[in-house]
Design a protein around this ligand. Structure first.
Ligand code: IMP
Ligand code: MG
Length: 179
């Protein structure tokens, strides 16, 4: 299925400004505590490295990789761990760093998995949240932007593995059958 870039949703400078605001807020909230950032690969990789450089206290990183979509643009509801945490997170303050919360299924699964390992606290920071009814799905502590419920790419987010390197966020348009 052919895809092409559509309208810009967030510019590079809008993203940069908001990421630094989030970093400042996280700095204030975690001063005096040891913070472990848990990035959710692959989508949150770019956000995590930019966010980390806007946090002004010592932090460590760990990463998980999960798959919830396969190659298509609608949630399958099936979440699979592809790469687990490497750190022992017992007694640590964890901040899950996500690219986007859509249905919330991926996040709910990750939170259950991580909380079972006995961390001192777990919070969530997502760059993007889609404006949609999520019913019982988990609360997010730090949200960069709430965006319309459309498929977007760039700044780490992909369509079929592509476009993660775009420095801004754009809608994607798909020719042919519904994405
Ligand atoms: P959820 O489980 O429906 O909340 O989906 C979360 C995951 O799906 C995110 O971590 C992304 O990897 C992916 N995702 C959801 N919406 C988009 C989008 O608009 N563009 C690219 N990836 C998305
Ligand atoms: Mg993701």
């Amino acid at each position: 299925m052919a895809t092409r870039l559509g309208q810009t949703v967030l510019s590079e400078s809008e993203i940069r400004g908001r990421v630094c605001e989030l970093g400042a807020q996280i700095t204030r909230d975690y001063t005096g505590r040891e913070l472990l950032l848990v990035g959710i690969l692959n989508g949150a990789a770019i956000f995590l490295v930019d966010l980390a450089r806007c946090i002004d206290i010592p932090v460590s990183f760990d990463f998980m990789a999960v798959s919830s979509y396969g190659a298509c643009t609608k949630s399958s509801g099936i979440v699979r761990i592809i790469k687990d945490l490497e750190e022992n997170v017992e007694g640590k303050h964890l901040l899950i760093v996500e690219d986007i919360v859509d249905s919330g299924l991926t996040l709910r699964y990750i939170l259950e998995h991580v909380k079972a390992r006995g961390p001192a606290s777990v919070k969530v920071c997502t760059l993007l949240s889609k404006a949609r009814d999520r019913g019982e799905h988990p609360a997010v502590d730090y949200t960069g932007f709430v965006i319309p419920d459309r498929f977007v790419v760039g700044y780490g987010l992909d369509a079929g593995g592509l476009y993660r390197n775009l420095p801004y966020l754009a809608e994607i348009e798909t020719d042919g059958a519904e994405a």
